[in-house]
Structure formats: C-alpha cells, structure tokens
Design a protein. Structure first.
Ligand code: PDD
Length: 287
C-alpha cells in the first residue's frame, strides 16, 4: 500500500508527490530536516525537534513557513492517514524552487520554501534486535563541513561512512577530528568509564541531539555522573562500555570499536538501563 505524504500544502499518495528539478534542496543540498520518532502512534520530543528546526532555518537565513501547531497538525495527520504505530516522521524544508540554477539565494518573497513530510514504519523501533545485540563501530576522519550543529540535508559523507562501516562488517562509523571523536554518522557518541558517562560537549562540531539532551537529563535524574568533553578512540577502546543515541535508534550499545571489544564485548549495564529509561519516559511524554 502506498503512503500518503505531504508536499507544499497537499496530502498525496507518494507516487503523485513531486518537487521541481530546480529545487535548491536537490541542486544545492540547501535544506534542513528533522526526524521525530513515533511510539504507540505518538510523537517523541516533538517540541525539541521543532525548536531545532527553527534554529537550523535561522542559521541558514531561511524563513520558517509553518508554525509549531501547523507542523504538529501535519505530523499527526500523516500518522493517522498511514496508521503508524512505531516509526518516524521525516520533515524537510528547502529554500525552494527559484526556476533556475544559481549560487545566490533567491528572494524568499518570490520563492517559497519547499516543505515535504513523510512517515516510515519501524516495527522494531522499540524491541530492536540490533540494540539488544549492540553494534560494532569503526573510526573515520571527520570530513564534513564545520557547521554540524545545523541539521542540513548534506548527508553524502555520513552516507559514505555508513557504507564503509558496512563493508568492514560494522554497524556505524564514529568520526574523528583532531584526534577526538566528534559523533557517529547519524547519532551522538558516548563512553562509560567507572560509571561516569562521557560525551562531547555541544559546539558547532556536532549536532545537538534531541535524544542526547533527554538522555543526559534522565542520567542526571538517576544520579549517574555525566562529563561533557571530547574523548579519543584509544580512550573509548579502554572504556567499560559505549553507546550512541538518536531519534531512530534511541540508546544503542556499542560493543566494539575498530576491532577492539569493550568490556565483556556485550551491551553494558549503563547503556541498557538508559535505553529502558529513555523508552519508558518517552512513552509517558509523547504527544
Ligand atoms: N540523525 N548526530 C548526527 C550527525 C545526526 O544525524 C543525528 C540524527 C544525531 C542525533 O540527533 P537526534 O537525537 O536529535 O536524533 C546526532 C537522524 C536520526 C537521521 O539523520 O536520520
């Protein structure tokens, strides 16, 4: 059965939804996006994603086309139309279609944004065998641009990173810059040593994960110690455990880094507990 998607004010079957070949998202990767997870038909941390969307647009000097309530209505309409129980909603906003190719930004008065939303169903979002087993990661140089705090659709290098990880028999790659881990291809990275959770501090170097913010809040509430600083791959390999967080993977344990098993080589207790807490609290707070 085909999905119903949203494009520029219309709900359409996916086969009928189109965007211009001159769209700046297509030609210039000039667009931003958000991914919000859905548990039991409800949106997890919608307001966090909405706030980051506003920030990404502002950093790129793009006007925001839909306010929070309008965007929430579209998210909910798509969940209903597609009968989504567990899965996600993807929203992308680009600088639109100026009718030609040019490096200069078009006048927003005459070139409206392009807005696209669609759902993905993910039956294994919560009871995820990958999360139960943990993933292996490899390290790669961080060759992305320097404003990774903006959630743009420039995902070629992260995509190449995932392919390199797959070719190496791993589940993901951690990017390294100036000797320190920045983040995963599509997630934030953490290590645990002596019960202390260590993750890179917020800056332009990483995406300010919505899941990261929630997990650090829950960790503090559970009296776990958190340290926000960068770490090396060698330090990570010597850690007791490691994990990643994102809207689509929640908390997923990492069991091996560049061929070195962490601890017992199985998901650690801190990562497993944080995943449980995250899912429990997200279920309560979802809207
Ligand atoms: N990725 N870092 C990067 C580079 C990301 O792409 C993501 C999310 C995160 C985690 O952010 P959050 O917790 O807000 O999902 C960190 C999404 C899920 C994606 O591209 O599919």
């Amino acid at each position: 059965m085909s999905r119903i998607v949203y494009v520029n004010g219309e709900y359409l079957p996916e086969e009928e939804a189109t965007v211009s070949i001159f769209d700046r998202g297509f030609l210039m990767a000039d667009g931003v996006y958000e991914v919000t997870s859905v548990i039991g038909g409800k949106l997890v941390d919608f307001d966090g994603h909405d706030a980051r969307l506003t920030r990404s647009l502002k950093e790129l000097d793009m006007a925001r086309p839909l306010d929070r309530d309008a965007l929430l209505d579209i998210h909910r309409a798509l969940l209903a139309k597609n009968a989504i129980d567990n899965g996600l909603v993807y929203v992308q906003i680009t600088r639109g279609n100026p009718g030609d190719r040019s490096f200069l930004f078009p006048d927003p008065e005459t070139t409206p944004n392009t807005v696209v939303l669609f759902t993905q169903t993910m039956p294994e979002l919560v009871d995820n065998p990958t999360a139960a087993a943990g993933i292996k990661v490899i390290s790669l140089p961080d060759w992305r641009w320097h404003r990774r705090d903006i959630k743009t659709v420039q995902l070629l290098y992260p995509s190449m990173g995932k392919m390199a990880a797959k070719a190496a028999g791993a589940g993901d790659a951690w990017f390294v810059e100036d000797g320190k881990v920045t983040e995963g291809t599509s997630n934030n990275a953490y290590i645990v040593k002596g019960g202390r959770i260590i993750t890179r501090e917020l800056s332009h170097d990483i995406l300010h994960g919505i899941t990261r913010a929630a997990v650090l809040r829950y960790a503090a509430e559970a009296q776990m110690e958190v340290e926000e600083r960068a770490f090396t791959i060698a330090e990570a390999q010597a850690a007791d455990e490691a994990f990643v967080t994102s809207a689509s993977t929640f908390v997923t344990p990492v069991i091996e880094i560049d061929g070195v098993a962490l601890g017992a080589g199985t998901p650690g207790p801190v990562a497993r507990r944080l995943r449980e807490i995250y899912i429990e609290e997200s279920l309560k707070a979802a809207i």
